[in-house]
Design a protein around this ligand. Structure first.
Ligand code: G3H
Ligand code: ZN
Length: 276
């Protein structure tokens, strides 16, 4: 069933598990993720990021993801990830996304608060949940310019109170697009944030988080972890091997079978680590 983000992350933050948001790019990986969630009886979040919406209009992505979510046997939230543009968020909301993330993480606090408030006002008026980011999770990718700024707990408190967001992404040592696990989580910073903020917290760049830390984070106020690169690699590397092993094959439907299975297995593994 298609659900809103708020209840999902609230329950997770309070009950020693975390919901996973997976970046997906189309029908193949979205169905593979839902299959894994159904087999594990876990709620899940399908997330369309910048690459996805540059590749395919957000309305088309909504038309793929929302019906899949509605038909699923588990709760599925459909979320726009890292939107820096108000009008992109509006298009996502209009086309059926049940959650949007506004990313003003590179802006000054005042501006980030103001822009987030505008999105929250609109989204909440139609029952859509909002995630935003305070501090900034950087990128392990030199082609993307984004300064890494660890979250200041006091700023997180002000931000959460002024914006009334449903979930708050914090920068506590992770980086986006790490191909290997090894992020050093700043638990002291996380504890300070937890003391001041009631909102469920979100950890971005979770492909780079060790299995041990993912399990540990799930028992904290973290209600959601975002995972992209790990699944993208599972799909892409399996597809590459398929093409190499079957150079005469030209039918992409046949090529996609094993990558989809690889995404399902990788998703199940992450869900197990997160407490399902
Ligand atoms: O918002 C998306 C996530 O933060 C994904 O990060 O690709 O490093 O796992 P990742
Ligand atoms: Zn992210």
């Amino acid at each position: 069933m298609l659900v809103n983000l708020r209840d999902m992350v609230d329950k997770a933050a309070k009950n020693n598990y975390a919901v996973a948001g997976f970046n997906v790019y189309g029908y193949e990986d979205a169905t593979a993720v839902i299959k894994a969630a159904e087999e594990m009886d876990a709620p899940v979040i399908l997330m369309a990021n910048k690459d996805a919406v540059e590749h395919m209009p957000v309305e088309i992505l909504a038309n793929i993801f929302c019906p899949l979510a509605e038909e699923a046997d588990v709760p599925v939230c459909v979320k726009l990830d890292h939107a820096k543009d108000y009008f992109l968020a509006v298009r996502a909301i209009k086309s059926g996304f049940t959650s949007v993330m506004y990313d003003g993480s590179q802006l000054l606090l005042k501006e980030n608060i103001k822009n987030t408030q505008e999105i929250v006002k609109l989204a909440h008026s139609v029952g859509v949940a909002v995630e935003a980011e305070i501090g900034s999770v950087g990128y392990n990718d030199s082609t993307i310019e984004a300064e890494e700024i660890y979250t200041d707990p006091e700023e997180a408190k002000i931000f959460a109170e002024k914006t009334n967001v449903d979930a708050l992404a914090v920068a506590v040592g992770t980086l986006h697009r790490m191909k290997k696990q090894g992020a050093e989580i700043q638990y002291d910073r996380l504890v300070e944030i937890e003391k001041l903020v009631d909102t469920p917290l979100v950890i971005h760049g979770s492909s780079g988080v060790t299995d041990e830390d993912l399990s540990k984070l799930a028992t904290t106020q973290v209600g959601k972890v975002n995972i992209g690169t790990a699944l993208r690699m599972a799909f892409g590397n399996t597809l590459k091997a398929e093409v190499e092993e079957n150079p005469e094959e030209f039918d992409r439907i046949k090529w996609f079978k094993k990558p989809m299975e690889a995404v399902t297995e990788a998703t199940k593994e992450k869900l197990r680590i997160l407490g399902f």
